[in-house]
Design a protein. Sequence first.
Length: 74
Amino acid sequence: MPRGRKKSTLQTWKEQISKIDDEIAKHEDKIKQLESRKKELLDLKKKQELNELYTKIKESGKTVDEVLKLLDEP
């Protein structure tokens, strides 16, 4: 029973390279998505930390300028 024409080695390599390129593209897209999500989370963390800092400054009864002046002192 004939199985069809055997693929050449070059054809097989081209297919394998093409599949690898496709896999690389998929993973690059996933990396971009993960980096974007990481940036979002870091932004949320920063906002939360700034909010906590502002709350503590207000609770201390000092102004932001007073706290900045304290931080700038050697």
